[in-house]
Design a protein around this ligand. Structure first.
Ligand code: NAP
Length: 250
């Protein structure tokens, strides 16, 4: 018997990086997993890799109508959601003086509004008990240059996690926030590119600032998500869980 046999999960932003690793882990643990993302080919490749219990449903989490379609697919399959991971996210990397109104809208639209819409649209389908997992970032705890809008959008997510934990507890729904430090994903490689650095050099620079002296792996975030999704974390809600190599703890 695997830990998520018979369970159903939704993971947004599952075509890449951390979301893909979480979807893979849930599928390996026996769950039927619905994966979302905007890029159809990448999403279908991730679902295929995760195995026959994985279903790709293209969706932009900043668009309510897209999430309605995702829920229609899950409802049509006769499923209830035991776990929802609002993972889809992105950053902009601009200095404060250069941030545009459009960048602000895109980052808050995906990270903050996207998390809100994902959880809100999931509500009618949530099982009892169910686990909701949100993705924040260690940037909400440090003043990292060029990360202002991203960090603010993630601080809002962390705050929403507290409120939703209170509001949804009577329904048997736990809400927890995962706060990763630097994890080796395509998102980090894109930041390296914007800074004119090779991925290798950027990884080394980030790792040198961490007590554990290395980058995190997507699978290490997935392991925490698996714990938070399951009954072993049954008395934990509203909390923020760090998987950051000690970045903001030590
Ligand atoms: N990597 C890190 O060091 C780190 C640290 C702290 C927090 N995080 C957070 O962890 C989460 C995953 O990041 P990652 O590093 O794995 O990034 P990634 O490799 O770039 O993956 C991001 C995922 O989000 C999806 N996505 C982006 N915008 C979307 C939208 N509008 N609608 C639906 N899906 C969307 C992307 O798919 P499409 O492009 O196909 O839509 C992709 O699957 C994010 O919330 C990120 O902020 C990452």
């Amino acid at each position: 018997m695997r830990p998520m046999d018979g369970k159903t999960a939704l993971v947004t932003g599952a075509s890449s990086g951390i979301g893909r690793a979480i979807a893979q882990r849930f599928a390996d643990d026996g769950a039927r997993v619905y994966l979302t993302g905007r890029r159809k080919d990448e999403l279908e490749a991730a679902a295929e890799a995760a195995g026959p219990a994985a279903v790709a449903v293209p969706c932009d989490v900043s668009q309510a109508a897209d999430l309605d379609r995702v829920m229609d697919v899950i409802r049509g399959d006769g499923r209830r959601l035991d776990a929802v991971v609002a993972n889809a996210g992105l950053g902009d990397g601009s200095r404060f003086q250069d941030v545009t109104e459009e960048q602000f809208d895109v980052v808050f639209g995906v990270n903050t509004k996207g998390s809100l819409l994902t959880v809100q649209k999931s509500l009618p389908l949530l099982a009892q008990p169910a686990s909701v997992i949100l993705l924040a970032s260690t940037t909400i705890h440090q003043g990292a240059p060029r990360m202002g809008i991203y960090a603010a959008s993630k601080a809002a997510v962390r705050s929403l996690g507290r409120t939703w934990a209170a509001e949804l507890a009577p329904r048997g729904v736990r809400v927890n926030v995962i706060t990763p430090g630097p994890i080796a994903t395509p998102a980090i490689d894109r930041v390296a590119g914007r800074l004119g650095l090779s991925s290798e050099d950027f990884h080394a620079a980030l790792a040198s600032q961490l007590p554990l002296q290395r980058m995190g792996r997507p699978g290490e975030v997935a392991a925490l998500a698996a714990f938070l999704a399951g009954p072993q974390s049954s008395f934990i809600t509203g909390a923020e869980h760090f998987v950051d190599g000690g970045q903001v703890q030590v």
